[in-house]
Design a protein around this ligand. Structure first.
Ligand code: COA
Length: 262
């Protein structure tokens, strides 16, 4: 399928999504969000045909420079609610698709761009990456999850400081405060590393990776006691799978496991 504002490429179970509005620094308008929604919903129901997702921005200048400011300037409150729901829905899809998603950030990841990156499992970035939640500069508040997700990466006090000031965060600080997992000299180097990481994960049982992601996500809601209960129930559930039996037997039989996703 071909899209207007995104590009998709599939290779050995790896889905690469590129936001493709370089003349607008890959800003998120309704079309981009709707196209992302279609792709991610397909992944949710493709029975692990897709084993990992990499998302990046076209060009070297921007991952995503935010939600589309021109579009927002013409919105009524009700339309803004719909736009916010769409953006939040897409971020939630990145967060809940049962496969790992790596945000590969090149250049600007501002506002909705920072928010989309934070809804992925983790973030790789190039040295020229610049993060921030600059919404207050436009007399807006973050609307695609920033008020809730930034604090999970950097802690609540830092998230307040960044959101209230709207200041940009350069790569050294982004790495230091835990927003970014790995930093690369160039976009090519970053994309190769993300492909390698996703290849390693794809060699495991997809069912088990999905369960890890689900349990980690569910634990976000609660304190340690409830989180451990969620983990216990997930731990129990994998013992009914063929892949867990295979993983344990293969170790004991000193051979490589062959996972079927069952
Ligand atoms: N929404 C819509 N269009 C955007 C955009 C956004 N978030 N960010 C950039 N663009 C557009 C610009 O309007 C410009 O379009 P034009 O050529 O038709 O005028 C084009 O992308 C290039 O941007 P420009 O501002 O000329 O590039 P720059 O290198 O001088 O500045 C930024 C780059 C990122 C600093 C600047 O574009 C910016 O501040 N963007 C908004 C960031 C933001 O506040 N995001 C959060 C929104 S809630």
């Amino acid at each position: 399928m071909s899209y207007e504002t995104i590009k998709t490429e599939r290779n050995n179970g790896l889905l690469e999504i590129t936001i493709n509005r370089p003349d607008k620094l890959n800003a998120l308008n309704e079309t981009v969000l709707k196209e992302l929604k279609v792709v991610l919903e397909e992944v949710k129901s493709d029975g692990f045909e897709t084993k990992g997702i990499l998302i990046t921005g076209e060009g070297d200048k921007a991952f995503i420079a935010g939600a589309d400011i021109k579009a927002m300037s013409e919105m009524t409150p009700d339309q803004a609610e719909g736009f916010g729901s769409l953006g939040q829905g897409v971020s939630r899809l990145f967060e809940t698709v049962p496969v790992p998603v790596i945000a590969c950030v090149n250049g600007f990841a501002l506002g909705g761009g920072c928010e989309m990156a934070m809804s992925c499992d983790f973030i790789y970035a190039t040295k020229n990456a610049l993060f921030g939640q600059p919404e207050v500069n436009l007399a807006l508040i973050p609307g695609f999850g920033g008020t809730q997700r930034l604090r999970r990466f950097v802690g609540i006090a830092r998230s307040r400081e960044l959101i209230y000031t709207g200041r940009n965060v350069k790569i050294d600080e982004a790495e230091k405060i835990g927003l970014v997992s790995r930093v690369f000299e160039s976009k090519d180097e970053m994309l190769s590393a993300a492909r390698e990481t996703l290849g390693i994960v794809a060699s495991k049982s997809p069912l088990i990776i999905a369960k890890c992601k689900e349990v980690i996500n569910q634990g976000e809601c609660c304190g340690i006691e409830s989180g451990l209960e969620i983990e216990k129930s997930g731990f129990k559930s994998v013992f009914s799978t063929a892949d867990t039996k295979e993983g344990l037997s293969a170790f004991l039989e000193k051979r490589k496991p062959e996972f079927t996703g069952k």
